[in-house]
Design a protein. Structure first.
Length: 565
């Protein structure tokens, strides 16, 4: 009967089958996101010096069984608390001593930070706002890069932002008092873990943000809803056991940890990490490309209250939190680019909220243009490099990066083109997702290219050359130098000679892993039946003039390797 239309396949589809199909699609997208996030962590070698240091400390912790006092090259290294070392040591026990395992804590917390931002945006506003925030955060270069490097900064960012998210969720209107208290307990617990991740800064920064919020919005009610007494108890339970144990085993630890590593690091230039006052403004602006215009528009309109009711102004607190981070670190006498990474999450949430409420697809035009321009620059990198870099090892390394940049640029341009088509069709969600995924893949490929830089900082493959000459009883010396990834690769420490660097030798009471002068080294060398040493070329003449007759197995511009014949 021609007058009766045939039911469509969608109309007759079982609703349960539709749910399963949607779940399957979401599951596949989740797997794709995880592969994109973790895909390059096993390819890259450990970068000097930070990745080598934070890989080696937990290896030594697992080897010596001391979970209280972190050690670097068998010398107590008490600059930072041990939470990341504990987690990485447990990961080594489960998966072995591999570079990707050393990064597992950072990359996992980086991904969980994106999940927390999504959940926060969804709970405060909508799933769409949360998804926009997560996509912006994942594809911000500063966040992506730091999340894939084995340092302490992404862990700090995760815990302080998780604490802020719990505070925001605790202050929602209509929440039962018992539930509000539990959310605040989680906030305090997150800050306690932040202290164990990187120290007192995890408590000082949220406190500054809350104080500024109360002053700017003339609202002191927030202080009364923090459950301060409960919070002090949670912080004490979380942090005091390690502080007491470390102080009992290491005289002068408390003075060194709180005064030298916190007060002096902030107030002075003792660590020689000086930068101009505007340093973090530039780092943050570049670090959120290509979303900078979206974030600026969202921030300029976000100060005024748009949420209904008279409760906490969530957008205002997020902006003040970002501003507090920017001001605090700009005032510090010690400045490194990763310090400002906690500001990415609150800015992404504000931008996600703005896109959901006020924007249409046309707001993505500047984002697509910036992303496209950046990818075009990547395509031009290899042809331009010979005009700016002299021929030699540096140019060779940069050209290798340029090869990866070319592939990333093609993928990024393709995603920008798809996003442009989505913008023309007024498909905001598709445009945001496409730009984010394309830019994330581009960043991942660029990071793969950084392996080439290690040939300039160290000598790749040196561990494989040294290992056959080392036995469990063979002394190993590092004369005037300490490549921090080398002990991790060899899975053993060395005796430092005429070198301290960041290692504070005052905590090495026996001085068994440190010799002050080359003469002390050569004296010990003569007494040993066998020995291996890496020597800084600037001290090689001193070693030769001492009268010892080592066999040279490697002689390069940046290292000399000798063995006792």
């Amino acid at each position: 009967m021609s007058g009766i239309s045939k039911p469509s396949a969608f109309a007759s589809e079982d609703p349960r089958a539709a749910v399963v199909s949607r779940g399957l699609v979401l599951g596949m997208l989740a797997v794709l996101a995880i592969v994109m996030w973790f895909g390059n962590t096993g390819y890259r070698s450990l970068a000097e010096p930070d990745e080598g240091r934070y890989a080696e400390i937990p290896r030594e912790m697992l080897a010596n069984g001391d979970w209280v006092t972190p050690r670097l090259n068998a010398i107590p290294y008490l600059e930072k608390p041990p939470l990341q070392y504990w987690a990485t040591a447990l990961a080594y026990r489960a998966f072995g001593f591999e570079p990707w395992v050393s990064r597992l804590w950072a990359t996992t917390l980086g991904l969980l930070g994106i999940v927390v931002s999504y959940a926060t945006g969804r709970a405060l506003w909508s799933a769409r706002a949360g998804a926009f925030a997560a996509l912006i955060m994942a594809s911000s270069p500063l966040y992506f890069i730091i999340a894939h490097i084995n340092t302490l900064d992404i862990g700090l960012a995760f815990f302080v932002n998780a604490g802020l998210s719990c505070l925001l969720l605790a202050q929602r209107e209509g929440l039962q008092p018992a539930l509000r208290r539990r959310w605040m307990w989680l906030a305090w617990l997150a800050l306690g873990c932040g202290f164990l991740q990187k120290g007192l800064v995890a408590l000082a920064l949220p406190g500054l943000a809350v104080l500024l919020y109360c002053l700017v919005y003339r609202d002191s009610r927030l202080w009364r809803q923090l459950h301060l007494l409960d919070g002090m108890v949670i912080l004490a339970i979380t942090t005091l056991p390690w502080l007491i144990a470390a102080a009992s085993r290491n005289p002068d630890f408390l003075q060194f940890f709180f005064i030298h590593e916190h007060v002096e690091r902030f107030a002075t230039t003792v660590h020689r990490r000086t930068e101009p006052w505007w340093f973090f403004i530039v780092i943050l602006s570049v670090g959120v490309l290509p979303w900078i215009t979206t974030i600026v528009r969202a921030a300029t309109s976000g100060w005024h209250r748009t949420e209904p009711g008279t409760g906490l102004h969530a957008t205002g607190l997020l902006l003040i939190w970002s501003l507090a981070l920017l001001v605090f670190f700009s005032m510090s006498g010690s400045k490194l680019a990763p310090y400002i990474v906690p500001a990415v999450s609150p800015l992404a949430l504000v931008a996600g909220r703005w896109l959901q409420v006020r924007a249409d697809a046309r707001a993505l035009w500047p984002v697509a243009i910036i992303a496209g321009a950046f990818c075009l620059l990547l395509l031009c990198l290899s042809p331009l490099l010979p005009h700016f870099v002299e021929a030699g090892p540096k140019l060779i390394a940069y050209l290798q990066i340029g090869g990866w940049a070319r592939v990333g640029g093609v993928i990024g341009l393709a995603s920008a083109a798809v996003a442009v088509a989505a913008i023309q069709r007024h498909r905001l969600t598709v445009g945001v997702a496409t730009l984010s995924m394309g830019f994330t893949v581009t960043l991942a490929l660029l990071m793969c290219g950084t392996n080439a830089l290690e040939s300039l900082r160290a000598r790749p493959g040196l561990a494989a050359i040294i290992a056959p000459h080392l036995t469990a009883d063979t002394p190993f010396y590092c004369v005037g130098m300490y490549w921090q990834s080398l002990p991790f690769a060899l899975q053993r420490t060395c005796v430092l000679v005429q070198y301290t660097g960041e290692i504070e030798t005052q905590f090495d009471r026996q001085q068994s892993h440190w010799l002050p002068h080359v003469a002390d080294f050569t004296e010990q060398w003569r007494r040993e039946p066998s020995a291996v040493a890496i020597v800084n070329p600037t001290l090689w003449h001193d070693v030769q003039s001492s009268g010892i007759k080592p066999r040279v197995i490697v002689q390069a511009d940046n290292v000399v390797v000798i063995v006792k014949p």
